[in-house]
Design a protein around this ligand. Structure first.
Ligand SMILES: Nc1nc2c(ncn2[C@@H]2O[C@H](COP(=O)(O)OP(=O)(O)O)[C@@H](O)[C@H]2O)c(=O)[nH]1
Ligand SMILES: [Mg+2]
Length: 243
């Protein structure tokens, strides 16, 4: 089956025809991941002293924002999945939905747990890189991780990092420019296609929104004017995430 043309094109229009440096459209980049994987340490290493902390609108949640080259970088609240059950999740969901590029940070020592979110983020179709942090701890504990296999499974670049020692930070900066949308399971693609087809010139439904709607995310469905049953049981009871 060939993928529908709307897939992964929602936030990449700025890439078209941007041949000169001055044409660079400021990209919105977010760090996303589970709590305690090292997002804030990576954020500080990437942005240096250039950072501001402010409340996410309407909440008391602190969001750090800074710059990565010409682009904007924000640190999202730690989440185990993209959904809308509490303020942290709602803030993270909105920030991820409006981002151009996602840096998904996972921990090498809790990789199996963390990859649940990775599957979801990759399938939302934003250009993404996967950063495996706390690599020092993994080495210390004798944990080995097949990076090539992860890159092949997800279809995105996979990097390692020891944020507390500033190792791998320059590599993240270089990889962001090459971030690309990863793979989506054919069965999920089939489920989101009818939703993508309801997109109009005035109401654009992106792949990321369609994936959340299929997973039963009510606020996203309501915002898109769609009533859709949740398929999350169908989607996440398989062993796709830990193979
Ligand atoms: N050993 C080790 N610890 C790290 C690394 N990166 C972060 N940490 C520690 O992990 C904890 C959580 O980091 P933090 O950036 O607050 O995680 P966040 O919740 O994802 O923002 C802190 O105690 C950090 O010092 C790393 O690469 N190696
Ligand atoms: Mg943090």
């Amino acid at each position: 089956m060939s993928p529908p043309t709307k897939l992964t094109t929602a936030n990449t229009s700025h890439n078209r025809g941007a041949s000169k440096a001055e044409d660079h459209k400021v990209q919105s980049i977010v760090l996303a991941g589970n709590p305690n994987v090292g997002k804030s340490v990576i954020f500080n290493a990437l942005t240096g002293s250039d950072a501001d902390v402010s409340n996410y609108p309407g909440t008391t949640i602190d969001i750090a924002r800074g710059h990565l080259g010409k682009d904007e970088l924000a640190d999202t609240p730690g989440i185990y999945g993209v959904s809308s059950f509490n303020d942290e999740e709602r803030a993270a969901r909105k920030m991820i939905l409006s981002a151009d590029i996602v840096i998904n940070v996972v921990s090498a020592i809790t990789l199996e747990r963390d990859l649940f979110l990775t599957v979801q983020l990759v399938e939302m179709g934003k250009p993404l890189i996967l950063v495996i942090n706390q690599w020092d701890e993994a080495k210390h504990r004798g944990i080995t991780i097949d990076l090539n296999r992860l890159a092949a499974e997800f279809g995105v670049e996979v990097l390692t990092c020891v944020a507390v020692k500033d190792e791998g930070i320059e590599e993240i900066k270089a990889a962001v420019a090459k971030a690309r949308p990863g793979k989506i399971r054919p069965e999920l693609l089939e489920l989101i296609e009818p939703i993508l087809n309801q997109s109009t010139s005035t109401k654009e439904i992106t792949q990321a929104m369609a994936v959340l709607i299929v997973e039963g995310d009510e606020p996203t469905a309501t915002a898109c004017g769609i009533t859709s049953p949740s398929h999350s049981c169908l989607l996440y009871t398989s062993d796709a995430a830990d193979e």
